[in-house]
Design a protein around this ligand. Structure first.
Ligand code: C2E
Ligand code: MG
Ligand code: MG
Length: 694
């Protein structure tokens, strides 16, 4: 049977002619017939795809063969159908015209069937060949285009995929096969499973909430950057885009791209990390801590929080002694442990140098436990060096303050415990604030005060009960402030001890004392030895003894006139250094007094190693000796012990006759206190000296 698509159209107004042609070709073609040009065109338009060849007569009524030919050749759909024009003998002019209009061949009547069959066969085959060639050419162009497209895609690093929603077919460019996503899609697992298995767990919510939602809602393009699993079981950062292709209201395909952005993303994350986290310790840096804490407070309006700031006491010294590397390791270790305190209810960060900060709910604040935990953890960290942590606490009552200011307040509290060996933490309150302001004021004014000689030296005589007259004096500094009047040392000495200014002031006082002694000696007055106070900061001054000796030389003074009081807390703080210094001072013939004996904790222990010349017992520490028999016994025993150790005793702070008499009864001869005299200004003191001239 002839295939349906092989049709021949015979156009001739003479039936016999049509029959002859039909006879000739009916074995090879399905024959269609038209009696004139109009009929022929109707059939052509209808059957254009199936008609392989047209046999066309020229002379026909109405529309002739030329018109049919012309119309066919000018129509894009019909112009490729071969046309064989049928003519009579002696119609050369018409033949030329037909060929000119695009006829593919001519046959003359009467025809020999074998010849025309062969000629038609040739024409059809030629046409078919041309068609195949054209199709091949097109295919080649398309292949080349695809090749070009593939190369571009492959080089762009982007993987392209297409998901046919209707038939679930999946196409993808090279590269996707390295992802688990592909494996799952190739095995036709459901959408949800693909995501569960191939998306990094932490990114899954994002995929669901943004990407899938966009896709499900139907139109446009959705884009997302997430980690996808490769078949090597590692996750790579990928940028996914997907566009829904619609057919009317029906979603037909999803066209997507996948670009591996792992390097770029990791670099970006690294940058972000560096901006947010402290590079040394790996915890929040200052600005991130501020941000996160602000957020924490805003999100938990009903929880009360406390800010705890802390540092390592004398961290600089640790760096100096053990090296920066060890110092860094210490900071890292501290940072690592902070999560234990904040758990997941708070924030923590590294503010600067050795300053750390925590913001935790009030109910979690147990300072003793925190200190104990840190102490335990760091007991072994530095051999032979016990680490001390100092804490400043700010209870967040006012949330309108910036976290920056809250941290500053905690810092003020922290600073207030510095140098205080009995206290490890302090809470910020208004008293502290006033103290701090005062401290700031004092610090601002001190240099000018010294240069303008606002500091004055007073003298408090020390009496001998046996001699019944003053035998020495203590030099005590006063600040004659132009606005505030005379300030007592209690309001400024501790500040100078912290900021280091005390060594300048001490030296000023010592020189003032020397100047006075020299002046009195030069004036022929009777001169009593004077003891000066020496702050513990001077313990660390290597040139201290030399400086003192130089001072004695400068004013031509005998060291017996110049005694040195060292407060007892200095003894407990650094016994070895002190022991060396006391020895040195004594070698230079200075008398050394232990001031405020009994105020500290290890007085007796100190005495065992350090041989001072004189003990000064402050009566304030034993003020209840009248009521308490025990205090009286202790006082008596100390006096007795000192005598046995060849040390003199001075009782200071003696205010009453009773005290004086008790001291006399236990053999304590030297007495300093309001009972005899307050500290006197130089003029008053000179008057006193005058009275007691031998
Ligand atoms: P301190 O060395 O123990 O001095 C004795 C303090 O007791 C003096 O206080 C003195 O005025 C006071 N005082 C004397 N008799 C009595 C008394 O009967 N009852 C009472 N309640 N107090 C009495 P001041 O002058 O206020 O000095 C306080 C502290 O300041 C001194 O204690 C000393 O530690 C320090 N200080 C004073 N001047 C200097 C100085 O030039 N350098 C250094 N580093 N510290 C100084
Ligand atoms: Mg003193
Ligand atoms: Mg004292």
């Amino acid at each position: 049977m002839i295939p349906k698509s092989r049709k021949m159209l015979i156009v001739d107004d003479i039936k016999l002619n049509r029959i002859i042609l039909r006879e000739a070709f009916q074995d090879d073609y399905e024959i269609l017939q038209a009696e004139d040009g109009n009929q022929a065109m109707d059939i052509l338009y209808k059957e254009k795809k199936q008609i392989l060849i047209v046999m066309l007569d020229i002379f026909m009524p109405e529309k002739d063969g030329f018109s049919v030919l012309a119309e066919m050749k000018s129509n894009g759909d019909l112009c490729d159908i071969p046309v064989v024009v049928v003519t009579q003998v002696d119609e050369v002019e018409n033949e030329v015209r037909a060929l000119d209009l695009g006829a593919d061949d001519l046959i003359r009547k009467p025809y020999d069937p074998r010849v025309i069959r062969q000629r038609v066969k040739n024409i059809v085959e030629k046409k078919e060949m041309e068609q195949v060639r054209a199709e091949n050419h097109l295919l080649q162009i398309r292949r080349r285009e695809e090749e070009r497209y593939r190369i571009i895609v492959e080089h762009s690093g982007t993987i392209v995929f297409e998901w046919n929603i209707e038939n679930q077919e999946f196409y993808c460019s090279e590269g996707l096969k390295q992802f688990l996503l592909y494996e799952i899609v190739a095995n036709k697992t459901t959408e949800k499973d693909i995501l569960l298995q191939s998306v990094y767990p932490q990114d899954f919510a994002l995929v669901q909430e943004v990407f899938l939602k966009n896709l499900q809602e139907g139109t446009g393009t959705s884009e997302i950057t997430v980690r996808l699993k490769t078949i090597k079981d590692e996750f790579l950062w990928c940028k996914l885009t997907a566009t829904i292709v619609m057919n009317g209201l029906i979603r037909t395909r999803i066209l997507g791209t996948l670009t591996i952005v792992d390097k770029e993303m990791k670099a970006e994350l690294e940058l972000r990390y560096r901006a947010e986290f402290d590079s040394l310790t790996g915890i929040y840096n200052k600005s991130t801590f501020y941000q996160k804490t602000q957020l924490l407070l805003a999100q938990n309006p009903d929880t009360n929080y406390t800010l705890i700031r802390f540092d390592v006491d004398r961290f600089k010294v640790i760096n100096d002694i053990f090296g920066m590397e060890k110092g860094d390791r210490l900071l890292k270790k501290i940072a690592q442990g902070l999560h234990n305190f904040s758990k997941d209810h708070g924030t923590y960060g590294h503010l600067e140098a050795d300053h750390f900060v925590l913001c935790i709910p009030d109910q979690d604040v147990d300072m003793d436990a925190i200190i104990e935990q840190l102490n335990t953890e760091f007991r072994q960290f530095m051999s032979n060096y016990s680490l001390i942590f100092c804490f400043g606490i700010y209870h967040i009552h006012d949330r309108s303050l910036s976290v920056d200011i809250m941290c500053d307040r905690a810092k003020l509290a922290l600073q207030s415990v510095k140098g205080n060996y009995m206290k490890r933490y302090a809470v910020y309150d208004d008293v502290l604030r006033t103290d701090m302001l005062h401290e700031q004021e004092v610090t601002n004014e001190m240099d000018e005060a010294l240069s303008k000689r606002q500091f004055e030296v007073f003298f408090q005589p020390i009496y001998s009960l046996k001699a019944a007259k003053p035998v020495s004096a203590e030099a005590l500094v006063r600040w004659n402030h132009p606005l505030k009047g005379v300030l007592s040392p209690a309001s400024f000495i501790h500040i100078f001890e912290q900021n280091g200014f005390i060594s300048k002031l001490d030296f000023f006082v010592w020189e003032e004392v020397c100047r006075k002694l020299r002046a009195w000696l030069d004036a022929g007055e009777s001169v009593l030895p004077v003891s000066v106070n020496m702050s513990r900061i001077n313990l660390y001054k290597v040139t201290l003894c030399d400086d003192l000796v130089k001072l004695m030389r400068k004013y031509h003074l005998d060291t017996s006139l110049f005694k040195i009081e060292i407060t007892e807390s200095a003894y407990t703080e650094n016994p070895m250094q002190l022991l060396t210094l006391v020895k040195r001072l004594q070698e230079c013939h200075f008398t050394v007094l232990m001031d405020d004996f009994g105020s500290g904790y290890s007085s007796l222990n100190m005495l065992k190693d350090i041989c001072v010349d004189i003990l000064k017992i402050d009566m304030n520490f034993l003020s209840d000796f009248k009521q308490s028999k025990r205090s009286a016994i202790i006082l008596a025993s100390v006096v007795q012990m000192a005598e046995q150790l060849n040390m003199q005793v001075i009782a200071e702070g003696v205010e009453t006759k009773e005290q004086m008499e008790y001291l006399r009864s236990i053999g304590c001869d030297k007495i300093q206190g309001y009972y005899y005299s307050k500290p006197l200004n130089p003029t008053e003191y000179e008057a006193l000296l005058d009275q007691n001239k031998p």
